[in-house]
Design a protein around this ligand. Structure first.
Ligand code: NDP
Length: 246
């Protein structure tokens, strides 16, 4: 396939629905071979059909990302097959439970942090050498406005997203002199299953579609990107800058 990502390999976590699904389609349409990770085989197969239908290619990886050894094996498999990774989209996530901080159950807290933070770090650790092996490695980690707004009852999700942003910022500072570019993205409220869970009374038709949100995120995967260590705000359609490291 031709396109800005022809001959490149992109790993997308949480590719079975929502933002990850649509971003996977767009990456494939730009010529990338998409390694699509999620638990729901049906969603991955639907994605595969759509990608193949437009002349693209994908490898499906049904994996629960709380399986840390599985993440390590995935990194090993990408290394064996391609020897590099050009694009990482760390998108899989969970809302956990909204509620007063003192009412959260320890099990829920641990489960949410395990997926949103530990597994994101484990994916980063697993593919960092492969992204460094690319001539234009690009990493995109899905964050949320919740990391900054810290609204009442959102403590768990907010803390997990703030932790993900901290991982990204440190990683960007470690790799600042390399071709690798790593950024966080705040997609803003998007018409997906997660949003419906968070805001059951909301009319989904008032929200942007995941396909449109994904289209705004796509440029962060391209070799032409120069920014690193920043937060891309989809609604504002621009990068926000963090404070310089001291
Ligand atoms: P969805 O709930 O629609 O999709 C989440 C994806 O993550 C699914 O593909 C799901 O696949 C995957 N996933 C969840 N748990 C696991 C697991 N244990 N192992 C592997 N994959 C898993 O979410 P969105 O598309 O809405 O969100 C995508 C990202 O954007 C998230 O990080 C979210 O925090 C962030 N975000 C979303 C906003 C919104 O309004 N939608 C706003 C701000 C941020 P499966 O269940 O098949 O495993």
């Amino acid at each position: 396939m031709t396109g800005h990502l022809a001959g490149r390999v992109a790993l997308v976590t949480g590719a079975s629905r929502g933002i990850g699904y649509h971003l996977s389609k767009l990456l494939a349409a730009e010529g990338a071979h998409v390694v699509a990770v999620a638990r729901t085989v049906g969603g991955l197969e639907e994605l595969d059909d759509e990608i193949k239908g437009t002349g693209g290619s994908a490898t499906l990886v049904p994996l629960d990302l709380t399986d840390m050894a599985g993440i390590d094996r995935l990194g090993g498999a990408i290394h064996e097959r391609w020897g590099k990774l050009d694009v990482l989209v760390a998108n899989a996530g969970t809302l956990g439970v909204l509620g007063p901080i003192g009412h959260l159950e320890a099990k829920t807290f641990d489960k949410t942090m395990t997926l949103n933070v530990t597994s994101t770090w484990r994916v980063i650790r697993s593919v960092d050498p492969l992204l460094r092996a690319s001539d234009a490695g690009r990493a995109i980690v899905l964050s949320s406005g919740a990391a900054h707004s810290c609204k009442a009852f959102w403590s768990l999700y907010a803390a997990s997203k703030a932790a993900e942003e901290a991982l990204v910022r440190s990683w960007a500072n470690e790799t600042i002199n390399l071709p690798l570019r790593v950024n966080s993205v705040n997609p803003g409220a998007t018409r997906t299953a997660m949003r419906a869970l968070a805001m059951p009374g909301e009319d989904p038709d008032t929200l942007p579609k995941p396909a449109d949100v994904a289209a705004k995120i796509l440029p962060l995967a391209l070799p032409s990107l120069t920014e690193t260590g920043k937060l891309f705000d989809v609604r504002k359609n621009r990068f926000l800058r963090y404070r310089d490291p001291e």
